[in-house]
Design a binder for this molecule. Structure first.
Ligand code: HEM
Length: 145
């Protein structure tokens, strides 16, 4: 990630702060429209779920500056997500809903450069998490053999 990309991520994420509630509402509505089966994954209070989501995006935004620390944590996180029955394809849907929500929430501020910076960050994180889950599953298979 370049410093320009990181500052685009940070400034655009700050703009989501004041409209956080609407943004998380839009995100889950879009997510469940894209894949209604994902409803089964998210139980409980959606407002609480929404604030978890924003915290997690905030962590990623801050983490991209320290990839050496982010990568091991993301691999572990991917392994935990797999234990919630999260599959590889689900990351595509979450990514699509996330970029769609940012486009809606940021309007004209969601420039091509901003979109590219978010896409790069999300796919980097998602790919690292998927790899962590794949390696974890392979280790379990080896241990059981
Ligand atoms: C880059 C992508 C993602 C990130 C950064 C992420 C991050 C997180 C974090 C930090 C938690 C809190 C619990 C923990 O640490 O284990 C969590 C929980 C969870 N995630 Fe994700 N996640 C991602 C993708 C997904 C995907 C693709 C799904 C698929 C549906 C998913 C479903 C869930 C569920 C069901 C929980 C538990 C929710 C609960 O607390 O009830 N996540 N995620």
């Amino acid at each position: 990630m370049t410093t320009d990309e990181i500052s685009l991520l940070k400034s655009s994420f700050q703009k989501i702060g004041p409209i956080a509630e609407q943004a998380t509402g839009l995100f889950y509505a879009r997510l469940f429209e894209l894949d209604p089966t994902l409803r089964d994954f998210f139980h409980g209070d959606m407002a609480e779920q929404g604030s978890k989501l924003l915290r997690m995006i905030g962590l990623a935004v801050n983490g991209v500056e320290r990839l050496d620390r982010l990568v091991p944590a993301a691999r572990q996180l991917g392994l935990r997500q797999a234990s919630y029955h999260v599959k590889e394809k689900h990351y595509d849907t979450i990514g699509e809903a996330l970029l769609w929500t940012l486009a809606k929430g940021l309007g004209a501020d969601f420039t091509q450069e901003t979109r590219a910076a978010w896409g790069k960050t999300y796919w980097l994180l998602a790919e690292t998490m998927r790899a962590g889950a794949r390696d974890g599953a392979a280790n379990l298979r080896r241990a059981a053999a």
